[in-house]
Design a protein around this ligand. Sequence first.
Ligand SMILES: [Zn+2]
Length: 383
Amino acid sequence: MVRILSVLGAIAVSLAPLFLATSVQGHGHHSLEKRAGASTCKTTYTAVAPGQYPAIDCVPFTQDPQVLTWLKLVDFSKTPVFPPSADGVCPTDLTTIPKDQCWWTCQKCEAPDDITTCPTTGTWGLTYDDGPSPDSPRLYDNLLQHNQKATLFIVGSRAVSYPATLKRAYSEGHHIAIHTWSHSSMTSLSNEQIVAELKWTEKAIFDVIGVTPIYWRPPFGDVDNRVRNIATQLGYKTSIWTQDFDTNDWNIPAGTATPQSVVDTFKTWLTKIPTMKTGFIVLEHDLFPQEVDVSINGVLPIAYTTKGLTMEPIAQCLSDPKPYKEGAGSFKLSSSSNSSTVGGASGNNTKSGASGALTTTATQSKTLWVGGLGVVVAVIMSI
Ligand SMILES: [Zn+2]
């Protein structure tokens, strides 16, 4: 036991600079899990054995024979040329970025095909990123109890680590989508690496659930016209989230947000939602226990009881009956939900419902904080 504790202690100490670096860096979200895995990545090419996958949380090698067949799917002469970024970090002088690069995180630029909102006012595109994790089943339990479906953006490295959890999510009708293999900043990668990140994740998901997701989300929202072009040529739809609709739940494990601040952020949206011209898509996560905690104990209970607010997977809010290349899969487009949203999501309902729900939040959110040890354990489990 002492030995185990000392090992845990050593790991905690060695990880401490990572947490510090995350908060100091101030860039993007959840650098945490990416950095946790990055130190062990090999720099010299190692072939992926038949039936196996690339190293967990590492950018896949592009010399791999499997990747070479995927590269043939993209005509890179049609891909715009922009230099790869430095780990997705915006340059100090934003005017140095060409306008036609349309870099979402740095220029707040949305391309015509980007999915960033749900069309109908009062409709919330419910999404969770970075799973499946050991904590995902607690989220799935909650969603099942409320007959609530979500879009789940799956990291390939997590899919091969927790295939049974992914299988459950799919069988319960959630909309499964791609969130890359290693969770790196896509603008920082070469064209070939971008293909490898997307296709290995597609394969990892297909090997578990037997369908090919069409929707993908760039980690950190880090996407520009070079990345978009490659994703589009591979047949994917780029799905981000509505600007400023980031719960910041990922900052709880990083130590720069609290469950209370996340719920407070969410509450400010409730006042905005009724007067918005469209619905919205929210960024949430199910990688770390604190993220699942704040969702099932803080955000979702309020959302479930807010009248005029309809939570739906992205494919549902876009009325897309076929979110996979093979078709609907286990996803069932609900026509009744959509029509009731159109008819029922009036501003009046939302206003009264929202104010009523707000009164229930304070007591719920006080008990959410989980100590840092949980993060360490989650990191260890996810490596
Ligand atoms: Zn992510």
